[in-house]
Design a binder for this molecule. Structure first.
Ligand code: BGC
Length: 354
């Protein structure tokens, strides 16, 4: 009798805990693997994911891999062996996780590729990201409109810089931007004086600011040191844009009267400061809170054995098939709209960017 009462008590307590937080997740463990703490955005992504998953009642194992592939692999191995039921992974190198994700698949652990597609693995259930092609298109269109290219203006000098060749996103960003700009290069309205135009040449290992700066130091020295004006730089994101800006400050500002239009992506605080100081024209704003919310919806759907909401089932083929994706919408931020986008929305405090 006593045993039954105790059992009933435990059951009631269990039920009331469940209803108290109104969750179906019951402490299920989710692994969140982020590439690096070096870039502001991934810290935000990690924090958002952790907060939103915990709000939904999950237990979270959040790890950052210092941009080192073996570290990411071993962190994921630990997540698998320590009982995570779902893995949310922003890969360092899209191609390097196939083997470890085989282990996940064997244990029926579901994998969501977060922001960056995981390539050549059939263990990926969903992909949650921003529309990466659209990011590039918006950067290209910004330059197109600022330079009045549609009305035939030019010729203008432009240089190009994109991201890590192992990050599938970089190809989409670059491809999107070139889908707008290539025609103006072809007809001579845009001139790439360095001649560096193809993806592999303009890629930046690890998206590193330092690598970007080194490459631009060389470009400025060889093609612009004689006073030739550089009118625009299509930079795929903020860390590379920062390298360009640093290089221009050191090698260009003192003997040129203009400052080129520089694009970016992420609205990192340091880059928004540069935007306000007139050193970077725009940055694509990807509200990481939306991406985290979408990813949590995917985790919930997986745990309930339901289909997650997706809005793209054709674009992202990872080499083993198309991964059903949810693409959030990127927007551009510049000095004219940053207040509404970044401050009024609560993304930053005014003091973050002063
Ligand atoms: C992300 C960008 C980020 C870049 C460098 C890309 O995969 O989509 O937002 O700027 O990686 O971390």
């Amino acid at each position: 009798m006593k045993k039954i009462v105790v059992l009933l008590l435990v059951l009631v307590m269990g039920l009331s805990t469940l209803t108290a937080c109104g969750k179906k997740s019951g402490g299920t463990k989710v692994g969140v693997s982020m590439p690096t703490k070096d870039l502001q955005r991934w810290n935000q992504d990690g924090d958002n994911m952790k907060a939103k998953l915990e709000e939904a009642g999950y237990t979270v194992d959040l790890q950052y891999a210092s941009n080192d592939v073996p570290t990411q692999v071993s962190q994921i191995e630990n997540m698998i062996s320590s009982g995570c039921k779902v893995l949310v992974i922003a890969s360092i190198e899209g191609d390097s996780l196939g083997t470890v994700l085989e282990q996940a698949k064997e244990k029926d652990i579901k994998v969501i590729a977060y922001d960056r597609l995981i390539m050549n693995s059939d263990a990926v259930t969903y992909y949650a990201t921003f529309d990466n092609n659209m990011v590039g298109v918006k950067q290209g269109e910004y330059i197109e409109s600022q330079l009045n290219l549609k009305s035939g203006a030019g010729p203008f000098n432009i240089e190009l810089i994109t991201g890590d060749p192992g990050d599938n996103n970089a190809r989409f960003f670059f491809g999107g931007a070139m889908s707008v700009l290539q025609k103006y290069i072809d007809n001579g309205q845009l001139v790439v004086r360095s001649g560096q135009k193809d993806f592999d040449t303009v890629a930046t290992q690890s998206w590193s600011t330092e690598n970007a700066q080194n490459r631009f130091d060389a470009i400025i020295a060889a093609y612009y040191a004689d006073g030739t004006q550089l009118d625009a730089v299509m930079a795929s994101n903020d860390s590379t844009a920062m390298g360009v800006t640093n290089s221009l400050e050191a090698n260009y500002a003192s003997n040129h009267s203009n400052w080129p239009i520089i694009t970016g992506q992420d609205c990192d605080k340091a880059n928004v400061k540069n935007m306000l100081a007139g050193k970077q024209a725009m940055s694509i704003f990807k509200d990481t809170r939306d991406l985290a919310a979408k990813t949590v919806e995917m985790v919930d759907a997986i745990m309930q054995g339901k289909e997650a909401p997706v809005n793209d089932t054709k674009t992202y083929d990872n080499g083993k098939g198309v991964v059903p994706s949810y693409l959030c919408e990127p927007v551009f931020a510049d000095v004219n709209n940053y207040k509404k986008l970044l401050i009024d929305s609560g993304y930053y405090k005014e003091s973050d960017i002063q």
